[in-house]
Write a protein that binds this ligand. Structure first.
Ligand code: FEO
Length: 174
């Protein structure tokens, strides 16, 4: 059985992950709208990954005998000044998510909940990658500035990103 405190914290994190999914789907729509098809694909993959993050927490909470309570998902931005602005928002958002995961981990430590600490280790590693990915693209966009050929090439590169189901879900899939 899981403590009430952890149950509430995981439910809040499920909501945060679904909000993230919604945010990236909105960024995908923005990119699609502005002719950046590769970036639209990149954000669509990001959207799917965030849904996976929510599902890992969902399944974990169920497996520990907790109750999943789905709260409303707040509205997200629908417009950005440029692809760079969208990726800067992505990086800032991922830093916030990292802080949320760290906070969840410290609650699990205080509650002596070792299973939750173990489950969260995957998220801690994932956040390093999430922040790094966004930073790398921001670096490229800053280098490219308004160079049309550079933007075209980067968009082409981001079109190649492929969704892979998150490992914790792949393991539990039946
Ligand atoms: Fe689920 Fe992008 O953190």
């Amino acid at each position: 059985m899981i403590s009430k405190k952890i149950e509430e914290a995981i439910n809040a994190q499920i909501n945060a992950e679904l909000w993230s999914a919604y945010l990236y789907l909105s960024m995908s729509a923005y990119c699609q709208d502005n002719g950046y098809k590769g970036m639209a694909n990149w954000f669509e993959v990001q959207f799917k990954e965030e849904q996976d993050h929510a599902m890992i927490l969902f399944k974990y909470l169920v497996s520990r005998g907790g109750k999943v309570v789905l709260a409303p998902i707040d509205a997200v931005e629908t417009n950005w000044a440029s692809p760079l602005a969208a990726y800067e928002d992505t990086y800032a958002h991922e830093q916030k998510v990292t802080a949320l995961i760290n906070n969840l981990y410290s609650i699990a430590v205080k509650e002596d909940d070792y299973a939750t600490q173990s489950m969260l280790k995957w998220f801690i590693d994932e956040q390093v990658e999430e922040e790094d990915n966004a930073q790398e693209i921001i670096g490229s966009l800053k280098m490219i500035k308004d160079n049309g050929y550079g933007l075209y090439m980067l968009d082409k590169e981001l079109a190649a990103r492929v969704y892979v189901q998150a490992a914790p879900l792949a393991v539990t899939a039946e």
